[in-house]
Design a protein around this ligand. Structure first.
Ligand code: FAD
Length: 475
């Protein structure tokens, strides 16, 4: 195997896979290094007990919070990254969400919605994003919730799912938080990497954890990447796509190794303020797909609610203490509908990753909602307003805030901006001060909007790769 390429990409999630796809389309060669392996196709990724009770597919890395309490972040080290597990809700950010919002403590993007629009369109085409009709029970819930209330606005949720998924009940009921066995979910691996697999310019190595960037003729130039097993690979350009918890660690190590300073690496961590709301009524719920509805409210402009996928006693039990009688959990689970409430979290430099040092013996996620009073207030009020609507619609509900280990929407640790003193990555995706190092994962997001981030990460990666390839040309 050769060990010199046009490009090396570290990580095969949303950003890494989309960048690989675009660079190959542009005629360049790519080596993709992925820490994990392809997921098994034996059905275990749809097994509630393995996936949610035993957390068999979660990363094993132990982190700590700012108080020193250890936890395992919800990271997934496998080919396709977190997108194998995602709920495939693929939404664009709105034009305002690329701008600064001073009253909400949000930084601007260095580009506008219009700059990303063609890449959103392309990502939606490749991911075959579509909407699904609401199932009968959800239609009724939606009517009861929204009714003639002009404050609430309901719309179909754009999803990266196969049009035939409802013909496969086991898959339709287990796509949100599970990985498809029959490839009925359009994720980074199926949509971006599969089409490349026979291309001679594309090499994908799994089980390869990148640990170090190798400096070249000077420290402003990266020559290649070293892996934990000691193997080294060389390229003209390197793309960080290891995810918002991991790309900053690789960059920080390089800055340390080469005696450089950048106090912004790892700062401005964002993950949305997320809560699960379970709504209970007396009638049994049999809708299968469920996650087809998005609800917005004009009084909460940084927040959104969407339905969650299938719920039953078996799934509910994975979230509740073992002493609760099974028959009660089954009764509740069969009558519950789940909602995912999200509010954008403002930017605060103190919300950040600390790297392993003598002081922090484990990687540390220092994140506190107390630093984000506007976000916390809006999220709390949004939940209250939503629960009130549920009650009026005849449903009792309970809400649970997602804890620090819920890193599903992690982003913002290597923010992009147009000022090198206030950002790590320039508007072209290049790390300021380094000639040939780019970032194409969720780390770059300065704002994360009120909706899920994956489509924006795909679009950013397509844009960055396309523009890099245009400047450097095919070999
Ligand atoms: C359960 C769940 C549900 C979600 N639902 C949605 C949804 O409905 N809609 C949505 O938009 N988003 C959703 N998300 C979030 C979405 O999946 C992420 O925002 C997105 O995948 C992030 O992309 P990324 O490229 O930044 O990182 P990732 O997808 O995390 O990819 C990073 C990759 O890098 C690899 N890696 C890490 N370190 C190294 C290393 N040192 N060397 C080599 N490889 C490395 C990892 O193994 C991984 O494959 C969900 C996430 C989860 C977990």
């Amino acid at each position: 195997m050769q060990n010199r390429y046009d490009n090396i990409i570290i990580g095969s999630g949303a950003g890494g896979a989309a960048a690989a796809y675009q660079l190959i389309q542009s005629g360049q060669s790519v080596l993709l290094l992925e820490r994990g392996h392809a997921l098994p196709k034996d059905g275990s990724t749809l097994d509630v007990s393995k996936v949610h009770a035993q957390n068999s597919f979660n990363g094993q890395e132990v982190w700590q919070d700012q108080h020193g309490t250890a936890f395992r972040p919800n990271e997934f080290f496998n080919l396709g990254g977190k997108t194998k597990w995602y709920g495939a809700a693929l939404l664009r950010f709105s034009a305002q969400e690329f701008m600064a919002d001073d009253s909400y403590q949000c930084q601007p993007w260095p580009l506008q919605y219009e700059d990303l629009k063609p890449y959103y369109q392309r990502a939606e085409q490749i991911l075959k994003v579509k909407t699904f009709e609401m199932e009968p029970q959800l239609k009724k819930i939606c009517n009861d919730l929204v009714g003639n209330k002009i404050d609430w606005h309901a719309q179909a949720l754009p999803l990266g799912l196969s049009a035939t998924i409802q013909q496969h009940p086991q898959e339709a009921m287990h796509f949100d938080g599970f990985a498809s066995v029959a490839d009925l979910k359009h994720d980074a691996q199926n949509s971006f990497l599969e089409p490349l697999k026979d291309n001679p310019r594309f090499t994908c190595l799994t089980g390869k954890q990148a640990t170090k960037l190798l400096s070249g003729k000077n420290r402003q130039h990266i020559d290649g990447v070293a892996c934990v097993d000691g193997d080294q690979y060389y390229a003209d350009r390197v793309f960080l796509a290891a995810g918002a918890l991991h790309s900053p660690r690789i960059l920080h190590e390089y800055f340390q190794q080469t005696g450089q300073q950048n106090s912004l690496i790892g700062c401005f961590y964002k993950c949305h303020l997320n809560s699960v709301v379970l709504a209970f009524s007396l009638s049994r719920k049999t809708d299968q797909l469920r996650k087809t509805l998005l609800l917005l409210n004009k009084h909460y402009p940084h927040s959104s609610a969407q339905t969650l996928g299938w719920l039953d006693g078996e799934l509910l039990a994975t979230q509740l203490p073992a002493w609760i009688p099974k028959c009660l959990i089954n009764f509740l689970g069969s009558r519950a509908y789940g909602f995912w409430l999200t509010s954008e979290d403002s930017s605060d430099k103190r919300n950040r990753i600390h790297f392993e040092t003598a002081k922090h013996t484990r990687p540390t996620l220092d994140y506190s909602q107390e630093r984000l009073p506007q976000s916390k207030a809006e999220h709390t009020q949004f939940i209250r307003a939503f629960k009130r609507r549920l009650l009026r619609a005849g449903m009792l509900s309970s809400a649970r805030n997602m804890p620090v280990e819920a890193t599903a929407h992690a982003c913002g640790t290597l923010v992009t901006g147009d000022d090198e003193n206030h950002s790590v990555v320039d508007p072209e995706g290049k790390v300021w001060g380094i000639d040939n190092l780019y970032v194409v994962d969720g780390s770059v997001l300065p704002r994360s909007s009120r909706v899920n981030p994956a489509l924006t990460i795909y679009a950013w990666a397509l844009r960055t790769a396309k523009r890099v390839a245009k400047r450097t040309g095919p070999n």
